[in-house]
Design a binder for this molecule. Structure first.
Ligand code: GTP
Ligand code: MG
Length: 194
């Protein structure tokens, strides 16, 4: 998709603030710092629309990006950031859980993991939880520019094995917001789930 028009619609902390037009939504989940905001910016060809940061835990609300007036990207707060207070973490967790398990407009979730490492325990929990709800999942292994050519197969196997990857509802894709590798494939997945 060639994106011309993107608007940040809202930063929502509660369901009453979610969009009401019923258009499809795709959520991005993953550990803090894994590259969710960078992926959003790469897909929509904007450098700084979704705030990226070397400081983890920056995104703390559900941010809805309205794309071409046809669907929404939902940038979800990153999990696993220890410096956010426990109370705040629990509140985020609740918000994400409620959103993902009840949202009718949600067509799929893009679950980001770091291509360089085995998934964390939280990555595994998140994936298995999404799988349990039978939500279409695109597992995106980010920062693929940081792994050697010859290591791609091995990295993919490690990630799939740890997640107990379910090919019935899940697709796997390497991605780099630096080289834009995987961008077309991510768009194809989104368009095929619209
Ligand atoms: P939170 O909002 O805290 O949950 O983080 P996030 O998942 O949105 O991560 P963000 O996109 O802000 O990226 C975190 C850091 O990783 C930034 O310094 C990015 O520049 C870097 N980064 C993101 N994607 C890539 C990538 O594909 N390759 C490389 N080399 N760095 C990346
Ligand atoms: Mg972010």
């Amino acid at each position: 998709m060639e994106v011309h028009n993107v608007e940040i619609v809202m930063s929502a902390v509660s369901p009453s603030q979610y969009p009401t037009d019923g258009q499809p939504e795709f959520a991005l989940v993953g550990r803090s710092n894994v590259g969710k905001s960078s992926l959003t910016n790469t897909l929509i060809n904007r450098k700084g629309l979704a705030r990226t940061s070397s400081q983890p835990g920056k995104t703390q609300t559900l941010n809805f990006y309205h794309v071409e007036e046809t669907f929404y990207f939902v940038d979800v707060p990153g999990y696993g950031y220890a410096k956010v207070s426990k109370k705040k973490r629990e509140a985020f967790g609740q918000m994400i859980e409620t959103y993902i398990s009840t949202r009718k407009q949600l067509r799929g979730v893009i679950a980001l993991v770091d291509a360089r490492h085995a998934p964390s325990q939280e990555d595994v929990m998140m994936y298995q939880w999404l799988d349990y709800y039978n939500i279409p999942i695109l597992v995106v292994a980010t920062k693929s520019d940081k792994i050697a050519r010859g290591k791609f197969n091995q990295a993919e196997s490690i990630i799939k094995k740890a997640l107990e990857f379910n090919p019935e509802n899940s697709t796997f894709q390497f991605f780099s917001s630096q080289t834009k590798a995987g961008k077309d494939e991510v768009w194809q997945w989104i368009e095929s789930h619209m």
